[in-house]
Design a protein around this ligand. Structure first.
Ligand SMILES: Nc1ncnc2c1ncn2[C@@H]1O[C@H](COP(=O)(O)OP(=O)(O)OP(=O)(O)O)[C@@H](O)[C@H]1O
Ligand SMILES: [Mg+2]
Length: 407
């Protein structure tokens, strides 16, 4: 048999040889909270589609949710599950190699990795998980498309801050953890929300005596709401109970990007601080989108498209481009549409203040907020509150600059 027609041999772990499904998944070291409804939804979607991508902002829980779903459905795939971790891979050319390694295929001369994968997967019923794709999105999209076309028994579950944009893909936005209600409630009632449960569990991991009480529950609930139920942000905030009370944490959340910096040494580098989680996405953006994100940081608590067009156009960003750039930031999970989707549509950018916390914006000569003449549009008419701690709105409330739009 020539090497071109010989099936690639499995690596030494042997389970392929016995015909038993090979299921090797990452082993999480922390507890899993809630998500019953989301798990049921994702399982349902996986039955209907061959390529499902869980999307959402950094730290929103895509990978963790995928892992819980896969644990539950793994036994339904006769040839098991291949879990491919891509976070640490930077070279897109190595994606096929990473997949082959995760499936236990040995390198064979004479043909490409993709050919080897196609041949090996062609007659198998297997779930391939591509975890953390956003920085390799083109390579992952190409590979998924090729493998799905050539291997009828294959399904792909991807997690990515941006959808793969491949024909037949179903992209599903992972929602935040459920939040406690704003009205007064007891500690017990508040503990029913997933966000509070995650905060309490992670707080107890660093301070075993920590308890949710009627005295601190309101502060914990507010922390959860202000952090939008994002699991990574909640974990970083909870780690602070070692030195701060929940009330102190809540009071310091105005500067969340300085407060949320205490991720564990064993966490992914981009999960050690909230800032790092956002920089990971920011660094993948082309320049006009980076600039728009910086400018959106003047808003606090959401903005309308009209307000974004009025405030953020200027210099290299024409006013007509704002909508298109905003849509691309939504695609990358950096800006989210707020529900309900009533008129006028509102958007939110939880991450924007962190983006502007660097010096990039201030040094941008093209910013309409740092050059030009006074304008006729006062911020107070924009129907979108401005960030109270941002230095520019204080300046801009008196005088709105947009000379660069005229330039
Ligand atoms: N339901 C949950 N229960 C417990 N911990 C969770 C849950 N969801 C997420 N986490 C924790 O929150 C952190 C971020 O989650 P995860 O890594 O899944 O986010 P992600 O959306 O994949 O982020 P990224 O975009 O950076 O890949 C991790 O430490 C994870 O263990
Ligand atoms: Mg992930």
């Amino acid at each position: 048999m020539s090497s071109a027609s010989r099936p690639p041999s499995p690596a030494a772990h042997g389970s392929h040889a016995t015909g038993a499904p090979d299921i090797r998944l990452p082993l999480p070291l922390t507890s899993f909270i809630g998500r019953e409804r989301e798990i049921a939804t994702v399982r349902g979607l996986l039955e209907q589609t061959r390529l499902l991508t869980l999307t959402g902002a950094g730290g929103s829980g895509k990978s963790r949710l995928a892992l819980e779903v896969v644990r539950q459905v793994a036994s339904e795939f006769p040839h098991g599950v291949g879990w491919v971790e891509l976070a640490a891979l930077s070279n897109p050319d190595l994606v096929p190699q990473q997949v082959a390694a995760a499936l236990g295929l040995r390198e064979e001369g004479g043909r490409s990795r993709i050919e080897a994968l196609l041949e090996w997967l062609r007659d198998r019923s297997l779930l391939l998980v591509l975890d953390n794709c956003e920085h390799l999105v083109d390579a992952c999209a190409t590979l998924a498309d090729t493998l799905l076309r050539g291997c009828p028994g294959l399904k792909v579950l991807a997690t990515s801050r941006e959808a793969l944009a491949v024909a037949g893909e179903r992209a599903w936005l992972v929602p935040p953890l459920s939040l406690p209600a704003a009205e007064p409630a007891s500690a017990r009632e508040r503990a029913e929300s997933e966000a509070v449960q995650l905060f309490v569990e992670r707080a107890q991991a660093v301070l075993p005596t920590f308890e949710l009480t009627d005295a601190n529950a309101a502060a914990v609930a507010e922390i959860c709401r202000r952090l939008d139920g994002i699991p990574l942000a909640l974990e970083l905030a909870a780690a602070r109970v070692k030195v701060l009370s929940p009330e102190q944490i809540r009071d310091r959340l105005g500067d969340a990007f300085r407060l949320l910096t205490s991720g564990g040494r064993t966490a992914l580098p981009r999960h050690r601080t909230l800032r790092a989680a956002i920089d990971w996405s920011y660094d993948l953006l082309e320049e006009p989108k980076q600039l728009l994100l910086q400018r959106l940081s003047v808003f606090s608590g959401g903005f309308t498209i009209e307000a974004a067009e009025a405030v953020c156009a200027g210099g290299p960003i024409e006013s007509w481009e704002v909508l298109d750039l905003l849509a691309q930031l939504v695609d990358r999970s950096l800006v989210v549409m707020r529900l309900p989707r009533s008129a006028p549509c509102r958007m939110n950018c939880f991450t924007c203040p962190g983006v502007s916390a660097g010096s990039k914006e201030k040094s941008s000569p093209a910013s309409p907020l740092t050059r030009g003449a006074a304008t006729e549009v006062p911020f107070s008419k924009l129907d979108s509150p401005l960030h109270p701690t941002h230095p520019r709105p204080r300046l801009a409330q008196a005088q709105w600059f947009r000379g660069s739009r005229r330039a």
